[in-house]
Design a protein around this ligand. Structure first.
Ligand code: GLY
Length: 392
């Protein structure tokens, strides 16, 4: 049984709602930090997460490289300043090389990588080059499909029995396939995305709307086997970012497929997420934790969920239960990010958003900034600023 929404905003007043001026002020701070980082990264990219508040510089080899270029495209959309477009376009060459030479693409994160950097280019400029590069990435993602089970394998070698699984994050990778289907009119992309989506939904979402991070399949008969976590606290808990990937991934599926069933699923995973928000409306890194547990927050999960809920609000019917409460909670969450998590100590290599968690178990990026948190924070601000042209 999915939960009713229990997290409420009691007596909303004028301070609940963010004004256009407040959004513009937050974006102006973001732009100042981006300008510092353009010089700092030069031809390189930020590491996935900061170390002591500053990003290391890396080449185009991580699952996260698309976000920096996506940030540049957002800056261009907001300012129309050609300098951002120029740098974003320069990065496209390295994404072309990466997919043509198959550099570190042995995983499913082609959507994160190419939607924010290259599909965005195509949607903004109409570049045929960008279209071709993003289609190569879509083909690479399709090549990871396991027909026996009907899912796109997340990580590792396709013959590795220990990696015969899908993960919840993939909900953000399949929009690349829906986009590819749209621009090529080749249904193979959409068919694979549909099968994968259905299997993700059937396995990782529990009856109460909480989620598993990953789900294994039997390699022999293709049947779903068991849910396990990699980045969450435990197999039975709900990793906050995994839950947020579902809060955003389901609306993106709806955007392409218009399936009414998605509304119910969205309500299930979103209410579970929102009901566990602590006092400041930004989750701890796993939803098992709450105030008093002395655990770090994951600000990026808050930013991702804001984008997902904002996307679904465009599609939910007026009569949908709690639609107005979702709006109030969105304002509360984004205000909290602006007031309590946005970085105001601007310096070269610093993030836009503080207090995220990359991987608690491995100790990577714990209570640090991370580049997807930065990207989704800026996307959330853009969604509040205008009727944002969706990259996904
Ligand atoms: N997709 C990997 C992560 O969310 O950390």
């Amino acid at each position: 049984m999915y939960e009713d929404l229990t997290k409420k905003v009691i007596n909303p007043d004028h301070k609940t709602f963010l004004s256009k001026q407040e959004i513009e002020a937050a974006i102006n701070t973001v732009l100042k930090q981006i300008n510092l980082n353009i010089k700092f990264f030069d031809n390189l990219y930020p590491a996935p997460a900061t170390s002591q508040g500053i990003y290391r510089k890396i080449s185009n080899t991580e699952w996260t490289n698309g976000f920096w270029t996506g940030i540049l495209w957002l800056a261009f959309q907001y300012t129309q300043d050609p300098k951002y477009k120029r740098i974003a376009e320069k990065n496209i060459d390295s994404f072309e090389k990466r997919i043509s030479q198959k550099i570190a693409v042995n995983h499913h994160d082609l959507g994160f990588l190419y939607t924010t950097s290259v599909v965005s280019d195509f949607k903004i400029t109409g570049s045929e080059n960008a279209r071709q590069i993003a289609l190569k990435a879509a083909d690479c993602l399709v090549s990871r499909f396991q027909p026996n089970g009907g899912f796109i394998q997340a990580w590792g070698d396709l013959n590795d029995n220990n990696e015969y699984r899908l993960i919840i994050d993939s909900l953000m990778n399949i929009p690349l396939l829906y986009w590819a289907e749209q621009v090529t009119r080749n249904s193979k992309y959409g068919k694979i995305a549909d099968q994968h989506y259905q299997n993700v939904i059937n396995t990782v979402i529990r009856d109460n709307g909480s989620t598993y991070h990953t789900y294994y399949f039997d390699k022999q008969n293709g049947r779903p086997l068991k849910g396990m976590t990699k980045q969450g606290y435990s197999d039975d808990s709900s990793w906050a970012r995994g839950q947020a990937w579902a809060v955003y991934g389901i609306p993106l599926h709806y955007k392409y497929r218009h399936k009414q069933e998605d509304f119910k699923l969205f309500r299930g995973v979103t209410n579970y997420f929102l009901n566990r928000l602590p006092k400041d409306f930004i989750p701890y890194w796993d939803l098992i934790f709450n105030d008093g547990d002395n655990q770090p927050k994951d600000s990026s999960s808050g930013a991702i969920a804001i984008c997902g809920i904002a996307e679904m609000l465009k599609h939910l019917p007026e009569s949908f239960s709690n639609k107005y409460e979702y709006v109030l909670l969105l304002h509360k969450m984004l205000r909290s990010l602006i007031d309590n998590y946005a970085n105001n100590d601007l310096k070269p290599g610093a993030p836009l958003l503080n207090h995220g968690v990359y991987s608690w178990h491995s100790g990577k990026g714990v209570d640090e900034g991370n580049i997807w948190g930065d990207y989704f924070y800026f996307e959330a601000l853009m969604r509040f600023y205008e009727d944002w042209k969706v990259f996904w």
